[in-house]
Design a protein around this ligand. Structure first.
Ligand code: GLN
Length: 313
C-alpha cells in the first residue's frame, strides 16, 4: 500500500500527541535492573516519523539520544540474515514466546533453541551467528555500522556507561548463553558473544535517527545496501512479520490488536513501528509497563496509527 502521508495532518497529529504526553501523569516505571537506565528522567517524550521520501517529522524530545536496547535486535537480525540467510532458522525459531524477554523456562523444554530472534536468547544466538560468520574487512561492530549507515549518521555510538552497566549486571543473559552452549546452540565463547550482544543493546539513538534507521523496512528493504546488509522485499516483509508477532514479547498480541503495525520495543523506553509502504515511526518515553514496553510510546503510536489510518489490518 505505497502511500505518501498528508504531511500537514501528520505534523499536527504529532504535535498534539507530544503536547498531551508531556503532561501525562501515568508514565510507568523506568527499567531499574540495568542501573544506568534507572537514572533516565521519566519526563522525556519524543516521537519521529520518517516517510519513505524526505526529512523525518519530529515532535517533543525527538533529538534526545536514548538506549535502544532490544530494538537493536531488528538490526542484528538484518545483519545475521545477510551473513547466513535462511540457515539462521536452524538455530532460532519464528514463533511468539508468550514469555518475558529474558525467560529461561522455554529454553530448557525446547533444548536450547530460542523461540524467536527478538527475545534475549534469540538475539544472543543472532550475535553468535554474526561473530562466527565475519569476513575479512567486516566492521568491528556490524550492528552499529548498519545503524549509522541506515540513519545516514556516523555520529551514532555505543553508550559506554550503559554498556558497562549491562556487563556488571547481565548475569541472566550470561545464564541464557551458557545454557544454549550446553545444548550445542552457541559456537563462540559466552563472554565474547554476550559482550557483543550488550554492545548492540547499548547503542544510543534519538527518535529521529531510529525512524531513519528503520525506514528500509517500510520501503520493502530499499535503502539498505549490499555492503551493509542487502534486504530484498521478501526479507523486509519477513522481518516485519516477526516484529508484528514477536516484537513486544508477551504483549505482541495486544500490540497487534491495539496498533496493527509491526513494532519492536526496548527497555530503554523506545519503540520502532513500521507502516509498510508509508513510514517508519520511533517513539520514546522511558516509563515501562509490566511487560517491559514503554507505556506512553505504545499509546502514542496507537493514537498516530488510528488518526492516520495506518494499521495494516
Ligand atoms: N539489554 C537488555 C537485556 O538484555 C535488553 C532487554 C530489552 O530491551 N527488552 O536485558
Amino acid at each position: 500500500m505505497p502511500n505518501a502521508p498528508d504531511l500537514e495532518k501528520l505534523k499536527s497529529v504529532l504535535d498534539g500527541i507530544a503536547t498531551r504526553y508531556a503532561g501525562e501523569a501515568e508514565r510507568g516505571d523506568v527499567a531499574d535492573y540495568i542501573p544506568e537506565l534507572a537514572d533516565v528522567s521519566l519526563n522525556h517524550f519524543g516521537i519521529a516519523v520518517a516517510p519513505l521520501q524526505g526529512a523525518p517529522l519530529l515532535a517533543g524530545d525527538a533529538e534526545v539520544a536514548f538506549s535502544i536496547q532490544s530494538i537493536s535486535k531488528v538490526f542484528g537480525l538484518t545483519v545475521a540474515l545477510e551473513r547466513v540467510g535462511a540457515t539462521l532458522w536452524r538455530r532460532v525459531g519464528r514463533e511468539p514466546s508468550g514469555d518475558p524477554f529474558n525467560s529461561i523456562v522455554q529454553l530448557e523444554s525446547e533444548r536450547g533453541k530460542p523461540r524467536n530472534p527478538f527475545i534475549n536468547p534469540g538475539a544472543i544466538v543472532v550475535a553468535d551467528v554474526i561473530l562466527g560468520n565475519a569476513k575479512p574487512g567486516d566492521p568491528e561492530e556490524p550492528v552499529l555500522d548498519l545503524c549509522r549507515y541506515l540513519a545516514e549518521d556516523p555520529s551514532i555510538t555505543v553508550d559506554e556507561a550503559v554498556f558497562q552497566s549491562e556487563v556488571a549486571t547481565g548475569h541472566r543473559n550470561r545464564a541464557l548463553a551458557y545454557f544454549m552452549q550446553a545444548e550445542g546452540n552457541l559456537e563462540g565463547e559466552v563472554p565474547e558473544v554476550v559482550k557483543s550482544y550488550f554492545r548492540q543493546c547499548s547503542i544510543a539513538m534519538s527518535c529521529r535517527q531510529l525512524a531513519m534507521a528503520g525506514r528500509f523496512l517500510a520501503a520493502g528493504g530499499q535503502g539498505a545496501a549490499a555492503d551493509h546488509a542487502a534486504v530484498t522485499p521478501e526479507r523486509a516483509r519477513r522481518i516485519n512479520a516477526l516484529m508484528m508477532t514477536c516484537g513486544c514479547y508477551d504483549a505482541s498480541g495486544e500490540v497487534a490488536f491495539r496498533i496493527g503495525l509491526p513494532c519492536k520495543s526496548g527497555v530503554g523506553g523506545g519503540i520502532l513501528a513500521i507502516a509498510p509502504g508509508i513510514a517508519a515511526i520511533a517513539a520514546w518515553c522511558p516509563g515501562l509497563d509490566d511487560k517491559g514496553n514503554s507505556r506512553l510510546a505504545l499509546a502514542a503510536i496507537e493514537e498516530l496509527s488510528r488518526e492516520m489510518g495506518w494499521s495494516v489490518f
